[in-house]
Design a binder for this molecule. Structure first.
Ligand SMILES: CC(C)(COP(=O)(O)OP(=O)(O)OC[C@H]1O[C@@H](n2cnc3c(N)ncnc32)[C@H](O)[C@@H]1OP(=O)(O)O)[C@@H](O)C(=O)NCCC(=O)NCCS
Length: 337
């Protein structure tokens, strides 16, 4: 086995990585949307505003047997590194994953990273099957579970519009002082600073279990840089915010990232300003973003979202909006010496 850095500008290597992603998708989560070549290649080649990425590949008999990706935040959380390891299903349990992983641990250590995190998926009752390999592999490498999120998805085509209107009518009297704005594309300049503030609040406000995250330091410029990268990958960004009329403050925000070819979306996040809680703004912005997505992307079916199990309020909102559990996402963590 040869372990070498992966060259994202080498067509052969990139093609092999895409083929591997397809094989992993077919083996591990065929119900997930399949990987797409162009967005994947664009992502691999993008400069990220706030993270450095290292890629390592393992080759056996001149075939790509697996790869690992290490993402290291550069503007905050500089103690952290996130690792992803993927091995060709035909070549598992032969030490490929461990060899890639060790390489990444050493690299993270050489970059003064002291906390490694890695996410794995698990099954929920009634959901599609999910294997145990990721969790067992992480445990075998000294990680322990630090946070469990339940991933949910809603079928927007099955929305009961009468029930949705009823819910909105219940909420709006609590939000008379707020204007709801929606957009498709970059966050409008006048809201970008307020949205960035709310993005940073997520680490402090949403339950993070034992994960060693610090509050992020996103500003309007960094938010827009991250959004431009997503647009370059062919993702559409549909946002909604509640703006407090008397002060102009952005009080709540949500965004659905509609990934190509346009039949799936992900909630990027939903957050309400601590000063403006109790006005049903989380529910209102989510309904408005759903409506805009249904109008502009009628082919979109499933929207995915994830919530910490301890986040009862957000879970209750999602339940009313038709989100149903389909898998867990467990953040594993390991401290480096
Ligand atoms: C998890 C994954 C990377 C493991 O790759 P691998 O090359 O098979 O791993 P290794 O052969 O180095 O396994 C190392 C140890 O992990 C544990 N392990 C790995 N797969 C396991 C499985 N299916 N069941 C139980 N234990 C497992 C074992 O302790 C194993 O040692 P052993 O084979 O001597 O018992 C691979 O299954 C994969 O790509 N899964 C999909 C993506 C994923 O979940 N990645 C992990 C998080 S980013």
């Amino acid at each position: 086995m040869q372990i070498t850095p992966l060259d994202v500008h080498d067509q052969t290597q990139v093609h092999a990585l895409f083929a591997l992603e397809q094989a992993v998708h077919a083996a591990d989560a065929p119900d997930d949307p399949p990987p797409l070549r162009d967005p994947l290649v664009t992502m691999l080649r993008q400069e990220h505003p706030d993270v450095t990425v290292a890629l390592t590949s393992a080759w056996v008999d001149d075939e790509l047997a697996g790869y690992a990706l290490l993402a290291m935040p550069t503007l905050d959380n500089r103690h952290l590194a996130q690792v992803i390891v993927r091995v060709d299903p035909r070549r598992r349990r032969r030490g490929v994953g461990s060899a890639l992983f060790e390489k990444m641990v050493n690299h993270a250590g050489s970059q003064q990273r002291t906390t490694l995190i890695s996410r794995v998926t698990g099954p929920v009752p009634g959901g599609p099957p999910r294997g145990e390999a990721g969790a067992r592999f992480a445990e075998a490498h000294g990680f322990s579970a630090a946070l469990t999120n339940t991933q949910r998805r809603a079928d927007l085509a099955a929305t009961d519009e009468t029930a949705e209107q009823q819910l909105l009518d219940e909420c709006l009297p609590h939000a008379a002082d707020y204007e709801i704005v929606t957009w498709n594309g970059l966050t409008p300049d006048r809201s970008a600073g307020g949205v960035a503030y709310l993005v940073n609040r997520v680490v402090t406000d949403a339950p993070m279990g034992d994960v060693d995250f610090e509050e992020t330091q996103v500003d309007a410029q960094r938010l827009h840089a991250e959004e431009r990268n997503a647009l370059e990958r062919g993702t559409h960004l549909v946002g909604a915010a509640a703006v407090h009329r008397p002060t102009g403050e952005v009080a709540a925000f949500t965004r659905i990232d509609v990934r190509p070819p346009g039949d799936h979306g992900d909630i990027y996040l939903t957050v309400a300003h601590p000063k403006h809680r109790g006005h049903r703004l989380g529910t209102i912005v989510k309904i408005e973003v759903h409506r805009r997505v249904r109008r502009e992307f009628p082919q979109l079916r499933l929207v995915h979202t994830g919530n910490a199990d301890a986040n009862a309020h957000m879970v209750a909102i999602n339940d009313r909006l038709g989100y149903r559990p389909y898998e867990t996402s467990i953040t594993y963590q390991r401290k480096l010496d």
